[in-house]
Design a protein around this ligand. Structure first.
Ligand code: 5GP
Length: 183
């Protein structure tokens, strides 16, 4: 029985790196590519990191009922396409969705067998340091992201698992224990 795993974590917690390292070792897991209206960061590629849509394109996908879930996060829209998840389940792949906690809880309502995992920073100070160290956001965007952390932590109380990202190696090991046991 193949499984759907949902991984959330605050901005700057390093979940992207942890998931990337996990996927290198476990190619039988597929990562969903979400749609977003946010601007592309340097180095990001359309169709690889995200499908970068205009507001209008995103609204059309909502209207046409193409999303399994979608949410507004920090002033931008993000959504997971139903077609991707259905295709993976048909192909017999394990799927990972890397989405925010609101989206994760919505997926759980629709698919109760989904396993929710929250990646925690070692501390709030460390998280702020990492967020600023990326140099990818304006001060205003950083403030918005810091403000969303409280809500993310609150929502994460409903998650089944918590992984602390103190080092990438440790976090990948913790993730392996959860994902390989659940798949
Ligand atoms: P970022 O802009 O840093 O790439 O992502 C911001 C937040 O949006 C992260 O918490 C990320 O997990 C979340 N996110 C990315 N894709 C989706 C999606 O398809 N749906 C939802 N609900 N959140 C998403």
């Amino acid at each position: 029985m193949k499984k759907l795993f949902v991984i959330s974590g605050s901005s700057g917690v390093g979940k992207g790196t942890v998931i990337k390292e996990f996927l290198k070792k476990h190619p039988d897991f597929k990562l969903s590519v979400s749609c977003t209206t946010r601007t592309k960061r340097e180095g990001e590629v359309h169709g690889v990191n995200y499908f970068f849509l205009t507001q209008e394109e995103f609204q059309n996908c909502i209207k046409n009922n193409e999303f399994l879930e979608w949410a507004e996060f920090s002033g931008n829209y993000y959504g997971t396409k139903k077609s991707f998840v259905e295709q993976c389940l048909e192909n017999g792949d394990n799927i990972i969705l890397e989405i925010d906690t609101k989206g994760a809880l919505n997926v759980k309502k629709l698919m109760p067998d989904a396993v929710l995992i929250f990646i925690m920073p070692p501390s709030f100070e460390e998280l702020e340091k990492r967020l600023r160290g990326r140099h990818t956001e304006t001060e205003e965007a950083i403030q918005k992201r810091l403000a969303s952390i409280k809500l993310e932590m609150e929502n994460s109380k409903q998650f089944e698992h918590e992984v602390v990202n103190d080092t990438v190696d440790n976090a990948v090991k913790q993730l392996e224990m959860i994902l390989l046991a659940g798949a």
